[in-house]
Every structure is written in structure tokens, then in C-alpha cells.
Design a binder for this molecule. Structure first.
Ligand code: ZN
Length: 341
């Protein structure tokens, strides 16, 4: 953190506040506190070009650091985590912290007041939320059977025209439950997602190395079926396969991992999906290839389950989708029904 640059810009804004009349000066100080707490402030659009320029430079500096001060404030207020520990975790300069505390105090406010009174969705906030939760994905028996049936069909039955196999795509429906835990380090959440139903998309466009979901299938067919046949289940996210000629290649290239295309797709489509009332929360990927047995379990983490079905070695991986559309593999445990494996 470039503490000196921060302090210089903060000081110049304080100087503007002092040189201005008391009303406008107070507004500038308030705007400065708001900027330090949230990264957003009317000051960046201030009528005095010198004020707005300093505020914009300060925001840019904060952005470069990943908004460590707002993130620390948010974590301490929202998750009841010790403020000193939060700023220490993110290596926020103590001189900048002192300055922020002094300004907030002088404005007669408490830590986090600006965050409480402003509704905003910034990436740093989503990242803090993501780091404070653990995800448990439970695959139900019926869902597991469907996953295997469509995945093995897509892999073992040629799609013709020189395609030995193709990826397959489906959406997942189920239920969710949230647990709140209070620990010495503050509040934590455990989110359980139960995947109960898998709806394969026949109209998705699949090749051996890609699959393009069909929005029309979701919008015009599957959501209608869901609403009338299983309205008690929520849309939870989607599922697709990563097929490969051999199980050795699956392990060598860790094909259960997310590809750049997987990450980009979710990121680009999160708002379109929300328009349909479908908030993506989980993403499942099944990597599969021919092989005799599951090897190298050391490659596998808690969000990945290896197993053998028919002639195929399979690795099922569970991911979570954050509010900003970023897909994460952290703090996720995947539970598969053992009966079907
Ligand atoms: Zn993929």
C-alpha cells in the first residue's frame, strides 16, 4: 500500500475542506470518509475540479490496492471480525487507518456507517462474502443417476460426423439451506446446496471440446416445466462434461478444472440469467475418459470426487458462483451418493 500517496491525497482534500465555507467543508469531509469506506463518493464529481481530481486519484489508488480498507471495514462490521485484525490481514498501512479513524470520529460517525447507508455491489465486497462462507454441495441419488446417464451417453455414443464424443449440458435444480456460525474470528456461513434434479438440454450445441447452452430451452421449456411440476425446487446452476480420450489425460491435465471459457461464460451471463430469475450458485463439471481404475487421488481436492462407471473413469467437481459471476473452487465440499458409484 502506498501510504504516502494516500496521505498526500487525503491531506489535500482536508485542506480544500478547511479553505471552503463550513457547510461545503463539512460535505467534503463527509465525502472523503465515504470514499475511504466504500470506494464510491460524490466527491469524484465535485464542482471544483481540484477536489474531484484528488478524489478520483484517491479512488484509483484504492482500486489498485483492491480496496483493502473498505474490505477490512466491511469484514469487521458485517462479520463481527476484529477491525485491527482485518486491516492487519490485508496489510493496510496503520497511518492510513489512523487517518481514516480520526476523520470518521471528527464527522461524528462510527466505523461502517457509510457502508450501512449505501447499497452497492462491488467486487471487493463479493470477495469478502465469498471468503466468509463454506459451501457444501450434496448430489441427490436421482440427480447423480441422471448425471451419469447423460454424461456416458455423450461420451460413449458417437455424435456422428467424425465426433467420437461430445460434451453435454444440463441445468440443476434443488434446494438450499444456510447455517450461521459464531466463532472467535466472527461470523461464518455454511451454505448447503442439494442438487435434486438435472435437466439435460437436447438443444444445446455440443462439440468434443465445448458446449453452448440454449437460452431458449431454459426460458421457454425448462422453466415452465419447473414452475408447474417442481415449484418447490430452485434453479441452482448448471452442469457440463469435459470428455477426453483417456483417463490418463484427464488426470494429467486436471480436466475437472474450470476452463477460461467456463469462467467467462458465467461472468458474462450472470445478469441475463438473473433476468430469468435464475441465480447461478453452483457449477458442476464431470471430466470423463476411458480407463481401468481411478488413480492418483492425491490430485483431488475436497470439491472433486473420483469414481469409476462402466468403462469410464469420472471426476465430478463442484464449484460455487459468487454474486459477481466469478466462479470459485475455494472452501467447497462435494458429497456424492455412494450407492450409485
Ligand atoms: Zn467446461
Amino acid at each position: 500500500m502506498r501510504a504516502r500517496e494516500y496521505l498526500k491525497l487525503i491531506q489535500s482534500l482536508e485542506d480544500f475542506a478547511q479553505s471552503d465555507g463550513s457547510e461545503e467543508g463539512k460535505r467534503i469531509l463527509d465525502g472523503l470518509c465515504q470514499l475511504l469506506e466504500t470506494g464510491v463518493s460524490p466527491l469524484t464529481e465535485h464542482s471544483q475540479p481540484l477536489v474531484s481530481r484528488s478524489a478520483q486519484s484517491l479512488r484509483l489508488l484504492m482500486e489498485r490496492d483492491g480496496f483493502v480498507l473498505p474490505a477490512s471495514i466491511y469484514e469487521s462490521v458485517q462479520y463481527e471480525y476484529d477491525f485491527d485484525a482485518a486491516v492487519r490481514d490485508r496489510s493496510v498501512s496503520s497511518r492510513v487507518v489512523q487517518k481514516y479513524l480520526r476523520l470518521t470520529n471528527a464527522a461524528g460517525r462510527k466505523i461502517g456507517d457509510w457502508q450501512r447507508s449505501n447499497h452497492f455491489s462491488e467486487d471487493w465486497k463479493v470477495e469478502v462474502d465469498g471468503s466468509r462462507e463454506e459451501t457444501q454441495i450434496w448430489i441427490g441419488q436421482d440427480a447423480m443417476e441422471d448425471i451419469l446417464a447423460i454424461s456416458l451417453e455423450g461420451y460413449l455414443v458417437s455424435a456422428g460426423r467424425g465426433k467420437p464424443f461430445t460434451e453435454v449440458y444440463a441445468t440443476c435444480f434443488g434446494s438450499m439451506k444456510e447455517e450461521r456460525l459464531r466463532q472467535d474470528s466472527g461470523l461464518w456461513y455454511v451454505r448447503h446446496f442439494h442438487v435434486d434434479k438435472i435437466l439435460p438440454q437436447i438443444r444445446s450445441k455440443a462439440t468434443p471440446a465445448s458446449v453452448l447452452p440454449s437460452r431458449k430451452t431454459l426460458e421457454e421449456a425448462h422453466l415452465q416445466v419447473a414452475a408447474s411440476v417442481f415449484p418447490h425446487l430452485h434453479y441452482l446452476g448448471d452442469f457440463h462434461t469435459h470428455p477426453y480420450a483417456s483417463a490418463t489425460g484427464i488426470v494429467r491435465y486436471k480436466l475437472w478444472d474450470l476452463t477460461k471459457a467456463d469462467r467467462d461464460y458465467t461472468l458474462e451471463n450472470i445478469s441475463m440469467m438473473q433476468e430469468l430469475g435464475c441465480r447461478d450458485r453452483v457449477m458442476l463439471i464431470l471430466a470423463l475418459g476411458r480407463g481401468r481404475r481411478v488413480r492418483n487421488k492425491k490430485y483431488v481436492s475436497e470439491n472433486v470426487q473420483p469414481f469409476k462407471v462402466g468403462p469410464c473413469v469420472c471426476y465430478l467437481a463442484g464449484y460455487k458462483v459468487l454474486d459477481n459471476g466469478r466462479v470459485s473452487s475455494e472452501r467447497i465440499r462435494l458429497h456424492c451418493p455412494s450407492r450409485s458409484l
